[in-house]
Write a protein that binds this ligand. Structure first.
Ligand code: PA5
Length: 430
């Protein structure tokens, strides 16, 4: 279950403002439900939950299982909404220091030649038994023309065809239903294709094959993930108070000239999820001179860096903390020696969860006293079902909150500016 807690915002805003914003949040929610807000042709992230495509989920699981049986390495080649969702879930649920099945690597998310050259070098390295690695490549691009992804795909595709006779069966493309360069390549080469529906935008696409195929290849149960989101979709119809309070609190803070939202977590497993939230919110709200800059923070690591600025810097910062309530590791501090040489015996027997929780509570206390309003988003457990719930929770929150700013959440016109300037410098004709 996902809950939000806005009590540490209340002393920074007045109650009339908050109550008014709550009414606005309900109106914005109705715009989402009725499809009457701007960009309503992009509400497919709700449609897919209203009538789940079980056949597609089963097919994806089966196909991913076959890859898992054969692959040493699976490359996710995409940028923005075409890879952040998969990375978020895989990092949250898979072991930190070993692979649960094929190693999952990422490409096409920047234009570093060093990275790509070293990736290809790594692919070329034989396994311990001297055999060559078994590699699969999943290119993901809705438009099929994003330069970062297209360039990496060109280089990796070439490597795949030079390395494997059956390269055609090892390359999977996830893209829009028709049109674009990638669809032409798929038709020419006969690669397996998964479709991103027209009405689902990139950053809202993690529960389509964009995210589901890599997540399933990583060994995560995509039915449980998807139906976690469905359960939140059903719940929201009866009880959406947590989402509306969150949207109301953030919009009041936005309108009161706060500029930065530090989105943090004390669970390193969720750093990837925070990156997904950053992209989802940032690309959705940052238009027409509006938006809070979503800055990522991994705690307690970053309390020893930007924590200083959060505590005592310019007072235009809001903080949102992603919290996991129940412990998912039972590790306790050992007894140490009788002389208490390291002076940590006061912690002996305490669980790391308890200590981490004190760091969280202490941080909330210190930051609010320092003038930073803090919102908590709380999962009771870190598991596949709850991450599915959290995906839809954040998608809906984003749509509601951005409608409250009177902005279209689903487009990204500003992204074109750097592309135009870059293409001009690169001498592209059109
Ligand atoms: O949310 C979005 O729409 C973007 O972040 C896109 O996902 C990103 O630009 C990649 O686009 P494409 O999938 O067309 O390559």
């Amino acid at each position: 279950m996902i809950k939000t807690d806005v009590q540490h915002v209340k002393s920074f805003i007045n109650s009339e403002e908050f109550d008014h914003a709550l009414e606005q949040a309900e109106k914005a929610y109705q715009q989402v439900v009725d499809g009457t807000g701007p960009g309503s042709e992009w509400l497919g992230w709700r449609r897919i939950l209203a009538s789940p495509n079980d056949a597609e989920l089963e097919e994806l699981s089966r196909y991913a299982n076959n890859i898992r049986k054969d692959a040493d390495l699976f490359i996710v080649c995409g940028i923005g909404g075409s890879y952040t969702g998969a990375m978020a879930i895989i990092k949250a649920l898979n072991p930190v220091f070993k692979n649960n099945g094929p190693e999952i690597l990422y490409a096409g998310h920047h234009m570093s030649g060093k990275y790509l050259a070293e990736l290809i070098e790594y692919l070329n390295e034989p396994k311990e038994d001297g055999e060559k690695k078994s590699v699969y490549l999943n290119v993901i691009s809705k438009s099929g023309s994003t330069l970062e992804t297209a360039l990496a795909f060109r280089m990796l595709r070439n490597w795949m065809h030079e390395t494997y006779e059956d390269a055609q069966d090892r390359i999977i493309a996830t893209t829009g239903p028709e049109g674009g360069v990638l669809n032409k390549i798929i038709a020419d080469e006969g690669y397996k294709k998964y479709v991103i529906p027209n009405d689902v935008g990139g950053r809202f696409s993690v529960l389509t094959p964009v995210g589901l195929l890599p997540i399933a290849v990583a060994g995560i149960d995509i039915q449980t993930l998807f139906y976690g989101a469905v359960s939140m979709f059903e719940k929201e119809k009866k009880d959406r108070s947590d989402i509306l309070e969150f949207a109301a609190a953030r919009s009041v803070l936005h309108n009161n000239d706060y500029a930065v939202d530090v989105i943090g977590t004390f669970e390193p497993e969720l750093n990837g999820f925070v990156a997904w939230i950053q992209q989802l919110i940032g690309e959705s709200e940052g238009k027409e001179g509006k938006g809070l800059f979503p800055a990522m923070a991994g705690y307690s690591t970053d309390l020893h860096s930007v924590g200083q600025l959060i505590q005592e810097g310019r007072r235009n910062i809001v903080e949102t903390l992603l919290v996991v309530d129940q412990p998912y590791s039972s590790l306790k501090v050992n007894e140490g020696d009788d002389r208490d040489t390291d002076q940590l015996n006061y912690l002996a027997g305490k669980s790391f969860h308890e200590i981490n929780r004190s760091a969280l509570d202490g941080t909330i206390q210190a930051h609010t006293e320092g003038g930073v309003p803090v919102i908590k988003v709380v999962l009771d457990k870190l598991n596949t079902q709850q991450l599915g719930e959290l995906i839809y929770f954040y998608e809906l929150f984003t749509a509601v909150y951005v409608y409250m700013l009177d902005v279209n959440p689903f487009n990204q016109p500003g992204v074109e500016s750097y592309k135009k300037a870059m293409y001009r410098l690169l001498g592209k004709d059109n």
